[in-house]
Design a protein around this ligand. Structure first.
Ligand SMILES: NC(=O)c1ccc[n+]([C@@H]2O[C@H](COP(=O)([O-])OP(=O)(O)OC[C@H]3O[C@@H](n4cnc5c(N)ncnc54)[C@H](OP(=O)(O)O)[C@@H]3O)[C@@H](O)[C@H]2O)c1
Length: 289
């Protein structure tokens, strides 16, 4: 028999996770701080709990999808005495150290803890392209794999509970930097009246093609082979970035996004690496402790 799954937090994402469990025929309990957000889930057949105490009173796995690390403690600390021996899967976005703190807190109270990070928007949950990262308890990941796989492709990164969120935030770092670059380009062409939609139609396929080189760049980084043949040199990249920055300034566009990139390149050249490949800026970014 499928044991029940209790969802704490029925915001946009928590509701999508709970609906996927419900639609798969799993007995589902939901609780939300603001009760009206639990109504839709209740109408679909879930048990709606009035309080966190009621929600966690039974058996089965507990899934938290709340706003942030602090809200997880605000919801779970008052009921921690009831959680000993239970399984908690926390899909709330946290930093790696916040995930580790929650794992330590869980261990202290006899709770089996799996941390997760969601690489999808609510509408994607259970559909193509949805991926979730996990770290923490191996046995929770293995035993509850059928539940996890309802939401998307499940990947497990190891027993260090911070690893899923580290992978998540590393992916988002690339995404935010890319969007900022797109907005910079859109601001450049906006200066001569080109609509962002028109610019996007050219930028999207270009960036998609550029990401095709990630594997090659990654091989250079892993091999620390910045002096190898065929790489775009730091000097070449500086010239390109100088042109982009000057064109931006000429068009009255802020260079806040691109200046730090140009500065990284400049520092590498000043350190004597101008003839080496531009991917060498990775050496300045990485943790060298
Ligand atoms: N939406 C996405 O695309 C997406 C993608 C990946 C990851 N996530 C992560 O999923 C988590 C939930 O996101 P969401 O999109 O569902 O956000 P949301 O719609 O804003 O829902 C936030 C949830 O947290 C609850 N909450 C906030 N503070 C609380 C507190 N102090 N005590 C009790 N409950 C509290 C809210 O309750 P009330 O309804 O009472 O306010 C609500 O249930 C976040 O960590 C987010 O980063 C979201």
């Amino acid at each position: 028999m499928t044991t029940r799954t209790t969802f704490l937090g029925l915001g946009a994402m928590g509701s999508a996770l709970a609906v996927a469990a419900l639609d798969a025929g799993r007995p589902t309990v939901g609780w939300n701080r603001t009760p009206h957000r639990a109504q839709v889930l209740g109408e679909r057949g879930a048990t709606v709990a009035d309080t966190v105490e009621d929600a966690v009173a039974g058996d089965g796995v507990i899934v938290a999808c709340l706003y942030d690390h602090e809200s997880v403690h605000q919801v779970l600390d008052p009921v921690v005495a009831r959680l000993s021996g239970r399984t908690l899967i926390n899909l709330t976005t946290t930093t790696p150290n916040q995930a580790r703190e929650l794992a330590a807190w869980a261990a202290e109270h006899g709770i089996d803890y799996l941390d997760g990070a969601i690489m999808a928007v609510p509408a994607m949950i259970g559909g193509p392209g949805s991926a979730l990262f996990y770290s923490g308890s191996t046995s929770v990941f293995d035993e509850h794999r059928a539940l996890l796989d309802l939401w998307g492709e499940s990947s497990y990164f190891g027993t260090d509970a911070g690893l899923a969120s580290l992978q998540d935030l590393a992916m988002l770092a690339g995404m935010y930097a890319m969007f900022a670059g797109f907005l910079h380009g859109a601001a450049m062409v906006d200066s001569v009246g080109v609509p962002a939609t028109e610019f996007a139609s050219r930028q999207a396929p270009f960036l998609a093609a550029m990401t095709g080189s990630f594997a090659h760049v990654a091989a250079i980084i892993d091999a620390k082979d910045y002096a190898g043949e065929g790489q775009q040199s730091l000097e070449f990249t500086q010239a390109a970035l100088d042109s982009i920055l000057q064109a931006s300034i000429d068009q009255g566009v802020s260079v806040e996004v691109l200046r730090p990139v140009r500065d990284l390149v400049r520092r590498q050249i000043a350190a004597g690496f101008g003839k080496q490949g531009s991917d060498r800026i990775f050496e300045e970014l990485r943790n060298t402790r």
